[in-house]
Design a protein around this ligand. Structure first.
Ligand code: MAN
Length: 354
């Protein structure tokens, strides 16, 4: 099956070797899943940078943040019978789960949307406090009334939840703690109020009954959330059979709110699709693509830290009103770009979507 993404010729735009590690003694294993926004006349990426010490054959080592803001390195003999390291992203040791890398978020900007550099004077965003000791990941950036809302995955041994910070200048940040408790991720706030309420997509996971489905919540103030409803489920035998999760803030179109989302199957192949919500009541899904709109196929999407993955949580709507530039993580290792035509996406949206 052919997808409808027009990949940038210059992909990957960013690889781990393009940036410097945040501290001596660590190396960058992966760059992935950037949040995207426009600010000060430039396109900005808030890239997830995943780091760990240089690995050796006999020891698996990874950093963890301490409650007081320091960092310690955990070391586990690779042949320890109590170690399960079968997934490159997560390990289980003595019955407890850990991440193999520690992620922070880093700001990069560009004049042309293709060549990105790290500007001076902007802080790295790192995990803070006991709910972010395993790092922060996959940030969605929503501009709401002059304030940027950052919703990101906050990971610690307490679980995986959604953290919220806000900023107006990208130098000073207000932390609003955990917006949605574990297990939850893939949260994107809409860029405007609808009938007086704020809305956000999110992805709680239910291990027994239920699954990894997309939900929608509303809020009177953009900080406190409720009225949760499940709107998009996984579909048996399709590309999104195992998990689905929202990308960035929905795009307002004359046909409704358009969301680009990721779906994975049981083989951990991550593709992109789209669905459309009613313009006045986004809890109503009116159409969804049956087929994926993007499927891993380029070499950098098939092979890397965790291959067979395209994953997005950021895009720019271009002034022509039809082109959506999607920035995405490929193979959990590279940052890439691709253009989509809104017309093409709409031609694949179906109302028999369930
Ligand atoms: C999860 C998240 C993402 C990652 C994908 C694919 O959904 O951890 O950050 O890109 O898995 O590994």
């Amino acid at each position: 099956m052919k997808d409808i993404a027009k990949r940038f010729e210059g992909n990957p735009l960013l690889s781990p070797a393009d940036l410097k590690p945040s501290i001596d003694g660590l190396e960058i294993a992966c760059l992935l899943n950037p949040g995207v926004f426009e600010y000060d006349g430039k396109t900005w990426l808030l890239v997830r940078v995943a780091e760990r010490p240089k690995q050796t054959d006999d020891v698996i080592s990874f950093p963890i943040l301490t409650k007081s803001g320091g960092m310690e390195i955990m070391k586990i003999p690779a042949n320890d019978p109590e170690l399960d390291a079968s997934d490159a992203r997560v390990i289980n040791y003595k019955g407890l789960d850990y991440l193999t890398t520690l992620s922070h978020l880093r700001l990069l900007c560009s004049d042309d949307g293709k060549n990105f550099y790290q500007p001076e004077g902007y802080p790295l965003l790192t995990g803070e406090g006991i709910l972010q000791t395993f790092g922060i990941e996959d940030c969605r950036v929503t501009r709401l009334e002059e304030k940027y809302h950052l919703t990101f995955t906050a990971v610690s041994d307490n679980g995986v939840g959604v953290g919220l910070r806000t900023t107006t200048d990208w130098k000073n940040f207000d932390s609003h703690g955990m917006m949605l408790p574990p297990h939850n991720k893939d949260c994107a706030i809409f860029e405007e109020k609808i009938n007086g309420k704020y809305y956000a997509l999110h992805r709680p996971s239910s291990v027994d009954i239920g699954g990894n489905f997309i939900w929608i919540a509303s809020s009177p103030d953009g900080i406190h959330w409720g009225d949760h409803r499940c709107i998009i489920k996984t579909r048996k035998d399709k590309w999104d059979s195992k998990r689905v999760g929202a990308g960035a803030a929905p795009i307002k179109t004359d046909k409704g709110w358009l969301e680009i989302y990721h779906g994975a199957n049981a083989d951990h192949q991550y593709c992109l699709g789209a669905f459309l919500m009613d313009i006045d009541d986004p809890t109503k899904v009116i159409a969804r693509t049956n087929d994926a709109i993007m499927i891993p196929e380029a070499p950098y999407e098939l092979t890397g830290f965790f291959g067979n993955v395209v994953f997005t949580n950021g895009h720019v709507v271009q002034p022509d009103g039809d082109t959506i530039t999607v920035y995405y993580g490929a193979s959990d290792e590279f940052v890439c770009g691709a253009d989509f035509s809104l017309k093409d996406i709409f031609s694949l949206l179906k109302s028999d979507h369930v």
